[in-house]
Design a protein around this ligand. Structure first.
Ligand SMILES: Nc1ncnc2c1ncn2[C@@H]1O[C@H](COP(=O)(O)OP(=O)(O)OP(=O)(O)O)[C@@H](O)[C@H]1O
Length: 266
């Protein structure tokens, strides 16, 4: 179980440019739950992700993961439990290293928590199997540098790396935002499959209302550093894109440019 208790996250505290990014946030994520998060620009979605990952230290409150207080653990010390996929496909992989070396690094991250891969041949077989599952032919290019791959290939690889690190928590921070429509569909399908396979508690931030409603079994709406709506699977399945947008704009928030654009196109 992942629990955020009484969290405030304040940037530039006490200065003229002080920003309260998260305000008295209390959220509990059950183990294995897949939660999508929406909200307008500046609502605090990335701050929520960063507070879970350890990239941001809350000004007040505690973060508990599987019964352990991890509030003071920096992100690299949480990496054995938590995998994060960013919006920028370049962020999750090392471009100068081969596909194989990137995958090996991800597996080593998981191993830090007890996952063991006894022999190199076995390790390579596991990698090949995972990469082949993408259907992109990357299993025949394991020695290629990751910098040679397209954005979609790279983001797919990042997802596989996240899976290989066997996290208890998977954080997807607008991970589809920078992809073209065709690649989005591929990575979206991969997301659903991986989350099911991993059984990890998953938090996915998105500006795409369709994705927010289609994926996961719970939906949070954020506004000005707070969770203003928390829909369970049944409520979410009954929600429409229009209803969700009304909920966001009803809080007095203007719809973000990207969400508005998606709505117009749809
Ligand atoms: N490092 C920082 N220093 C100062 N203010 C920050 C910092 N990071 C975020 N903020 C501010 O905190 C608030 C919440 O930002 P956050 O990035 O969490 O919002 P968001 O919901 O992810 O928005 P977006 O959809 O635009 O990415 C915003 O007002 C933002 O400007």
């Amino acid at each position: 179980m992942l629990r955020l208790a009484d969290i405030d996250l304040i940037y530039n505290a006490g200065r003229a440019d002080e920003v309260v990014a998260l305000r008295n946030l209390n959220v509990t994520f059950d183990r294995g739950q897949f939660v999508t998060v929406v909200g307008t620009n500046g609502a605090g979605k990335s701050s929520l992700i960063q507070t879970i990952s350890g990239a941001a230290r809350p000004t007040r409150g505690r973060v508990h993961l599987d019964g352990r207080d991890v509030t003071r653990l920096p992100d690299h010390r949480r990496a054995g439990w938590i995998a994060r996929v960013f919006d920028d496909p370049r962020a999750g992989t090392a471009p100068e290293l081969s596909i194989e070396d990137n995958l090996a690094l991800a597996m080593a991250r998981g191993r830090a928590r007890g996952l063991r891969f006894a022999v190199t041949a076995r390790r390579r077989a596991v990698m090949r199997e995972h990469v082949a599952g993408l259907g992109l032919g990357l299993e025949n290019r394991l020695a290629d540098r990751v910098g040679l791959l397209s954005a979609g290939q790279r983001q797919s690889l990042t997802m596989v790396m996240a899976a290989l690190s066997a996290p208890s928590v998977l954080l997807l921070d607008e991970h589809l935002a920078a992809l073209d429509p065709g690649t989005t569909a591929t990575v979206l399908a991969l997301t659903t499959e991986l989350v099911r396979e991993l059984g990890a508690t998953t938090v996915m931030v998105t500006h795409n209302m369709d994705h927010a409603l289609a994926l996961g079994d719970r939906l949070l709406v954020m506004s000005r550093g707070r969770v203003i709506a928390d829909y369970d699977g049944t409520e979410k399945s009954e929600m429409t894109v229009g209803g969700l947008i009304d909920r966001i704009t009803g809080a007095g928030d203007a719809l973000s440019d990207r969400s508005a654009l998606i709505e117009k196109v749809a």
